[in-house]
Design a protein around this ligand. Structure first.
Ligand SMILES: [Zn+2]
Length: 352
């Protein structure tokens, strides 16, 4: 009896081992495989994290959309008053100002340069005499060489420095630079350029048209939308928060902010400021209430990068959860970049 029992036990044991091994081979249980994805963290947000594909992004609210683009033209010309116009494809924006002897263009995006001469020709046959660079980034001024001619190019001195470093023939160097303020008088038209420090990148300026009451500041405010990832890749996040407040307090009627589908209003800037305030608070709370090393594999405790990755992932998850109910239907693209904003915010709060 004992022998039979032992044999049975051995067979049962063998069967269990085989079953487990086969199951593991089939599912490749990732918990046991270093470096492969494991179980989701507890309280994982419903918004897909970075690197996880979603079947369908959230619908964009109607308030985030702009006027339609005529597909035959490919661009839209918006009259901002008294000879000032915005040109856009509803993804990126440029401006031009007509004066008695010519045209001043503000930014020449790579993706708009083919449309700009047509847009200008709709309203004037005067030549382009000046270009103003809002900042050095190629998506906003990389069409300058293609536009041609020999215009005077005005930019901040930091933009000159960055463009010298970039040595990009598509972005010719500015011919006039300034440090704090520069007023461009073109015939009877005026543009006031001013520098408010680093936020998006050094050299990014405010461009104000006083007669039209139009303010152009690029890559800071996103009317109706979640900012592009990581506060639109702001190089100084406290500086970015400060510039949103400055834009909010200035006296203007229309904001040209560089991207998305329409111009901005003061209500748009208020909404973005409110979102950023909620985001800061959510990240602060998550940092204060999340415990370091919870749920970490014991054998990873000697790996400080792993300890922080695990901690920061849980902080970001809590931040996303806190913001989703109020903001997911108010801002276009909330789900696209909310994880990026939470990661960026928690890092800024820890180290800046
Ligand atoms: Zn930029």
């Amino acid at each position: 009896m004992i022998t039979i029992h032992s044999k049975r036990s051995w067979l049962v044991a063998l069967l269990i081992v085989c079953t487990c091994a086969c199951a593991r081979a089939q599912s490749a249980n990732p918990i046991d495989e270093p470096g492969t994805p494991g179980e989701p963290y507890p309280h994982m947000p419903s918004i897909a994290p970075i690197g996880v594909r979603t079947g369908k992004y959230l619908d964009v609210p109607a308030s985030s959309m702009g006027p339609a683009i005529d597909p035959a033209k490919g661009y839209r010309l918006q009259d901002l008053g008294r000879g000032l116009y915005m040109v856009t494809d509803n993804a990126i924006q440029s401006m031009f100002l007509i004066y008695d002897r010519g045209v001043v263009v503000v930014d020449v995006p790579q993706t708009l340069v083919a449309y700009l001469p047509h847009a200008i020709a709709e309203v004037t046959d005067k030549p382009i005499t000046h270009i103003i660079y809002s900042h050095s980034h190629a998506d906003h001024i990389g069409g300058t060489k293609t536009l041609g001619g020999h215009p005077i190019i005005v930019a901040h001195q930091e933009t000159l420095r960055l463009l010298k470093r970039a040595a990009d023939p598509n972005r010719p160097l500015p011919t006039i630079t300034f440090a704090d303020k520069y007023t461009l008088h073109a015939g009877n038209q005026v543009l006031e350029l001013s520098y408010h420090g680093n936020a998006h990148e050094p050299g990014n300026i405010f461009i104000y048209a006083p007669a039209q009451r139009v303010l152009m500041v690029i890559d800071i405010v996103f009317p109706g939308w979640m900012p592009w990832r990581r506060f639109a890749v702001a190089q100084d996040i406290p500086g970015y928060f400060a510039q949103v407040e400055e834009i909010r307090k200035l006296n203007w009627e229309t904001l040209v902010s560089g991207h998305v589908a329409r111009t901005g209003t003061h209500a748009d800037v208020d909404t973005q400021a409110e979102f950023m305030s909620d985001l800061k608070q959510a990240a602060k709370t998550a940092l204060a209430t999340t415990k370091l090393g919870e749920g970490l594999n014991e054998s990873d405790r000697a790996n400080p990068w792993a300890i922080f990755d695990n901690y920061i992932d849980r902080v970001a998850g809590q931040c996303v959860n806190a913001l989703t109910p109020k903001w997911s239907e108010r801002l276009g693209g909330f789900d696209v970049y909310i994880w990026d904003q939470c990661y960026s915010m928690e890092q800024s709060l820890r180290i800046e």
